[in-house]
Design a binder for this molecule. Structure first.
Ligand code: COA
Length: 329
């Protein structure tokens, strides 16, 4: 279990931003051999957002970050750590975080870095930021998940093109407000050795074996599905057990939004009524690292969180990676 911190580090604000362009299942079924019925039944997805060529990941991220700062009531100059979780950075270098720093007007003495743990990226970034804030060396962090997955899609591959979308979500972390019990309670991250080939983009990095034409998501869907359920269940079980909690103690679960059937499997495992699981995969598809902060922001705005509520954030992704965090709202 992670070391208790004094004061607790809490989520002080949330924000999100998605491109305006909606791509529906019906539109996709005019491009590839699929149907709204197939996609919805197998994944729960109805539509996703697609960024235009002029909408950068940095711009999506900055907009989400701006909303989160306003929600927290903080000025950009008060942020001293920025982590952008993304596996679709605008450029190999500099980091997307450095582009967002300039766009948001963060100060020079702010540490700015990208983190890639694919769809688990936001939970990884949250845990890293929490640890750095708990060290006392940083006071306020902006943690953003932002993706332009549409740039990694083979639009002729019906097995993957129906699943993903673009978007961004953000949280501001800092010392919990006095008189509240709010704070991150615990987190656990992991990665399953030997599973890289199940979900990857085989080209586009520095590997000489990877021609540009292979810069598309390749996936063994059925196997990823099984590991996803296993990873999310195991990390949830460990987090609850070592904190003396059970599924019944959770007021809200915000799972990675990849597939409604995976989310249902988790709900069943936790024996939780469906109302306690937040779902927006129907409207965004899988937005990778943006998925949890985008869902968290929507959950909050929909009044699904009250002060004192216990929440679980839980994700899986390429790696294969997985991670979970317990947060008292
Ligand atoms: N439209 C219509 N048919 C499709 C299709 C589509 N978009 N995609 C695949 N099919 C077909 C397949 O070709 C196959 O046809 P066949 O039986 O004639 O060979 C059939 O549908 C069943 O395919 P299968 O891959 O077995 O379906 P599935 O039930 O496993 O569902 C996924 C496929 C991708 C939806 C599912 O495996 C999944 O969600 N896996 C997890 C993926 C994930 O979450 N990735 C991100 C991780 S962060």
């Amino acid at each position: 279990m992670s070391t208790p911190t004094s004061p607790a580090i809490a989520i002080l604000g949330t924000g999100s931003n998605a491109p305006a362009r909606v791509l529906t299942n019906d539109e996709l079924s005019r491009q590839v051999d699929t149907s709204d019925e197939w996609i919805f039944t197998r994944t729960g997805i109805r539509e996703r957002r697609i960024a235009g060529p002029d909408e950068s990941v940095a711009a999506l991220a900055a907009a989400a970050g701006r909303f989160a700062l306003a929600d927290a009531g903080l000025e950009p100059g008060q942020i001293d750590l920025l982590i952008v979780a993304t596996c679709t950075p605008d450029l190999p270098m500099p980091s997307t975080a450095c582009l967002v720093q300039t766009e948001l007007g963060l100060r020079e003495r702010a540490a700015c870095v990208d983190l890639n743990a694919a769809c688990t990226g936001f939970v990884y970034a949250l845990d890293h930021a929490w640890a750095l804030l708990a060290s006392g060396r940083y006071r306020h962090a902006l943690v953003i998940g932002a993706e332009k997955n549409s740039t990694l899609i083979d639009w002729a591959d019906r097995g993957t093109c129906v699943l993903f979308g673009d978007g961004a979500g953000a949280v501001v972390l800092g010392p919990a407000r006095p008189g509240t019990t709010s704070g991150i309670l615990d987190a656990q991250l992991g990665a399953i050795p030997g599973t890289a080939e199940l979900l990857l983009v085989p080209g586009g990095g520095s590997s000489p074996l990877a021609p540009e034409s292979r810069r598309h998501i390749a996936m063994k869907g059925k196997e990823v599905f099984k590991f996803a359920v296993r990873g999310m269940e195991e990390v949830t079980r460990d987090l609850l057990a070592r904190n003396g909690l059970s599924g019944a103690d959770l007021s809200l679960v915000v799972p990675h939004q990849a597939n409604l059937r995976i989310i249902h499997a988790l709900a069943q495992y936790l024996e939780l009524p469906y109302e306690r699981i937040f779902v927006n995969v129907d409207r965004y598809g899988n937005t990778s690292a943006a998925s949890i902060p985008l869902a968290l922001d929507e959950a909050r705005r929909a009044g699904r969180l009250k002060t004192g509520d216990l929440m679980l954030l839980v994700a899986f992704g390429a790696g294969l990676t997985y991670g979970g965090a317990l947060v008292r709202w």
